[in-house]
Each structure stands twice: as structure tokens, then as C-alpha cells.
Design a protein around this ligand. Structure first.
Ligand code: NDP
Length: 434
């Protein structure tokens, strides 16, 4: 804690994992004696660099770029780039730490990493985005490789940015190493189903949990925060499962539609027109727009899907959700629920899916994209979707079994932490003291 005193998000993430493995460590004294907890909480490498670029006014702007290569014991470092003004070392270390465990849960041979920049893509022209991505990759490329470190997208980094980043990498390396980055467009080595994978996977995981608890998913009402990649495809699959989505948000506020959100209109607005969420009202006069993104948790629902950002459900939001009779909180974003809110929800009998398990669908299909790139083959959407469904059901089963085995009942938060911790720990132990 002292060593990372200025990194609250990172400390929060480590405490959340380590609080649920005490009983595991007690049964594995060899892990304690090799100081595994301290080793695991220190990134293998953290790279920090200057990203100079020229804006449309001809001015030279400087941003700060990062890559945290957190843990490579199970495979090449793997994790997305985030471009957002809030990016700092603490946030990327928390994300890299979480990613290490999430990636282990998928069962695929990938390590954990995260990176990005404190660059704000909002309001930037297409050519500014391209110049920024090119400058970012001009430093980053020397640290990447299909067997070294394989980034992907995250907040502020979608298909367009991945294209510019890959294009610059290819130019600098003079090689079409398609497995160096995932989330690529289908025409140059991307995988069918990657765009949908995190949201669809979240619903497959949610369905496994509802089935186990013998609760019907169809007919439930949901609130989904965010309206980016994860939120939109969570909404699409929720609709397919018969769930009515009442509200969605962006960082400015949320829209509530008494008839249920028109998902196709939302995809058009956010993915194609790149508009703000309040513009939804232009074609949907019955809907309401309310300022303040956290207010969305006042909307009555059976299932809350936080799919925007970290710590968006605090204790006050959790209290509102419980007062409105929420059955489940299913995490799409990384660490969207504060520690005290998690405790409050669980103490009040709310079912909770931990992000590192329930949002692992995206990276799972990224790993499938890497496999296709290595084999120079392409799978169909249906094949990829089946693999995704299987992986999410396995993660659910593994997490539940681990929770029960180590005396945590049906606590999926503890179960997911235990499975992933043991997998990473074993890989590290087998490779000696490092
Ligand atoms: P996008 O950039 O596509 O969308 C993010 C959404 O969240 C936007 O609606 C954005 O609103 C909102 N948002 C972002 N930051 C904040 C903030 N500080 N406060 C309030 N709202 C905010 O990102 P993704 O959908 O890809 O990612 C969302 C979450 O899911 C993140 O936590 C990410 O780490 C996690 N995740 C993503 C995966 C993926 O495959 N994409 C995989 C696993 C996890 P606005 O447009 O106004 O900024």
C-alpha cells in the first residue's frame, strides 16, 4: 500500500482480489512462502512515453502514453488501449492487474496488460485521431509483437483507431503481423463476432446464473449504463433474451424510454452518427433525458448492467437499486461497483456477476482472433458465437465450483478470484522466482 500510495484504483483492485483468497492461501502454504502475493501485485514492466502530435490548427500537442505489461506467465501480454482524459498510472495498473486474472479465467494462453493515453478523442477530427494513433504507435511498436504483447480496444479505442494503430505498426515493421493487435476490421484479419463478444458474453454469463438460480430471464426489465461497444451489444442480446431495456446513458446523462429503448435507433445514433445520447429524444418524443450519468441507477429495474466505467455504482446507487427491488447486478465495465456497494448488494441478496468473469467474452474472442491469425484461417460468426457461449458457461461453472470448494458458498466474486489466482500462481511458480 505504501509503495502505491497515490494509486487508489490499483489498491482497490488488489484488495478486492486478495480479500477473497485468504482461505486458499491457508491451504497452499507453498504460495505464501514464495511471496506470490507481492510478486503478483508488481507489474513486470511499466512503459511511459511522450506522444507528440499536430492538431488541425497546426499546433503541437503532447499527451502521455502508457503500457503496463503486468503479467506474462500464462502467455503474451494481452489487454486493451484506453484513450480518455482520466487515464493515469493508477487506472492502468488496476486494469492490467484485473486483466491478468480475467485472461486466466478464459482458459486461453494469454498474459495480462493494459495501456493507453490521457488523450480525449471527443471533438477531434478523423485526421487528428489518425495522427495521434500514428504517433502513439511510433513509440509503442517496439514493445509489441504477436508473441510479445497484443493490445486491443477499450474506452475511446474502437475499430477506426485499431485500424490506424495497425497501419502504423505494419509500416514500421514492414510485416503484416496480423496477430499483433485484436479487434481488427474483418477485411484485414479481424474476427467475426469480436465487436459483439463482450456484450453477448455478458448475457450468456447472466443466463447461466439465472438458470442456476431457476429465475426466468425473459420478461425482466433492465437498465444499461453507457452506450459504447459493451453497452450496445449487451442491449442487443438482452432484447434477444426477452429483456426490456428501460434506460441507457453516456457520460452526460441518461435517457429513459417508457416503451423500452429502441435498440436499433440507439446503435444508429451511437455507432454510425456518433451523436450524444440526448439526441435519442429527437425521434423518440415519449422518452426523457436526465442529466448526470449516475442518476441512471434511480430507474426501477430487475437487472442492472453497468457497462460504462469504473466505480459508477457507489453505495448510494446500490441503495437505490435495492430499494427498487433489483434482482441482479451484472458487470460489463471493469470494476464498475465500489467495494462497499458490492458488500451492500450481496448483503441484500442481490446476485452479482464479477466483471473479470462476466465481461471476459471480449478478450476470449480476441484470443480466438489470434488463433485464426496464426492459422491464417477464418471462422464464421456462428462458430465464434458458439465458442463464446461455451467459454462463458465454463467460466460460470469454474467460478461457482471454486467458491463452493473453498467455503464461499455461491459467491461468484470470490470464486472468479480464486480460479484465476490459482491459474496465474501455478504458471508463475513453475517458472521460478521472478
Ligand atoms: P466505449 O468507449 O465504446 O464506451 C464507453 C461508454 O461509457 C460511453 O457511453 C461513454 O460515454 C461512457 N463513459 C466512459 N467513461 C465514462 C466516465 N468516466 N463516466 C461516465 N461515463 C463514461 O468503451 P467500451 O464499451 O469498450 O468499454 C466500456 C467498459 O467496458 C470499460 O470499463 C471497459 O474497460 C470495459 N470492457 C470493454 C471491453 C470491450 O471489449 N470493449 C472488454 C471488457 C471490458 P461518453 O461517450 O460520453 O464518453
Amino acid at each position: 500500500k505504501e509503495r502505491n500510495a497515490n494509486e487508489p484504483e490499483f489498491i482497490q483492485a488488489v484488495e478486492e482480489v486478495y480479500s477473497s483468497i485468504a482461505k486458499v492461501i491457508a491451504q497452499h502454504p507453498e504460495l505464501e512462502s514464495s511471496n506470490i502475493l507481492e510478486r503478483m501485485a508488481e507489474p513486470e514492466r511499466a512503459i511511459l512515453f511522450r506522444v507528440p502530435w499536430v492538431n488541425d490548427q497546426g499546433e503541437l500537442v503532447v499527451n502521455r502514453g502508457y503500457r503496463i505489461q503486468f503479467n506474462g506467465a500464462r502467455g503474451p501480454y494481452k489487454g486493451g488501449f484506453r484513450f480518455h482524459p482520466t487515464v493515469n498510472l493508477s487506472i492502468l495498473k488496476f486494469l492490467g492487474f484485473e486483466q491478468t486474472f480475467k485472461n486466466a479465467l478464459t482458459g486461453r494462453p494469454i498474459g495480462g496488460a493494459k495501456g493507453g493515453a490521457d488523450f480525449d478523442p471527443k471533438g477531434k477530427s478523423d485526421s487528428e485521431i489518425m495522427r495521434f494513433c500514428q504517433s502513439f504507435m511510433t513509440e509503442m511498436f517496439r514493445h509489441l509483437g504477436p508473441d510479445v504483447d497484443v493490445p486491443a480496444g477499450d474506452i475511446g479505442v474502437g475499430s477506426r483507431e485499431i485500424g490506424y494503430l495497425f497501419g502504423q505498426y505494419r509500416r514500421l515493421k514492414n510485416a503484416h503481423e496480423s496477430g499483433v493487435i485484436t479487434g481488427k476490421h474483418i477485411v484485414y484479419g479481424g474476427s467475426h463476432g469480436r465487436k459483439e463478444a463482450t456484450g453477448f458474453g455478458l448475457l450468456y454469463f447472466t443466463k447461466a446464473m439465472f438458470d442456476y438460480n431457476e429465475i426466468e430471464l425473459s420478461g425482466k426489465r433492465a437498465v444499461i449504463s453507457g452506450s459504447g461497444n459493451v453497452a450496445l451489444y449487451t442491449a442487443v442480446k438482452a432484447r434477444e433474451f426477452g429483456i426490456k431495456v428501460m434506460a441507457m446513458s453516456d457520460s452526460g446523462g441518461y435517457v429513459y424510454d417508457p416503451d423500452g429503448i429502441d435498440i436499433d435507433a440507439m446503435i444508429l445514433l451511437k455507432e454510425v452518427q456518433k451523436g450524444r445520447i440526448k439526441d435519442y429524444l429527437l425521434d423518440h418524443p415519449a422518452a426523457e433525458y436526465i442529466e448526470g450519468f449516475r442518476n441512471i441507477w434511480s430507474v426501477k429495474c430487475d437487472i442492472a448492467f453497468p457497462c460504462a466505467t469504473q466505480n459508477e455504482i457507489d453505495l448510494e446507487s446500490a441503495e437505490k437499486l435495492v430499494a427498487n427491488g433489483v434482482i441482479a447486478v451484472c458487470e460489463g465495465a471493469n470494476m464498475p461497483t465500489t467495494y462497499d456497494a458490492i458488500k451492500y448488494l450481496m448483503d441484500h441478496g442481490v446476485l452479482l456477476t464479477p466483471a473479470k468473469a462476466s465481461n471476459a467474452g471480449g478478450v476470449s474472442i480476441s484470443a480466438v482472433e489470434m488463433t485464426q491469425n496464426s492459422m491464417r484461417q477464418s471462422m464464421t460468426f456462428e462458430e465464434v458465437d458458439q465458442v463464446l457461449n461455451d467459454i462463458m458457461n465454463n467460466i460460470y461453472k469454474d467460478s461457482l465450483e471454486a467458491a463452493m470448494k473453498y467455503g464461499y458458498g455461491h459467491d461468484l466474486v470470490a470464486g472468479a478470484n480464486i480460479v484465476s489466482f490459482l491459474r496465474v500462481a501455478e504458471a508463475m511458480q513453475l517458472q521460478g522466482d521472478y
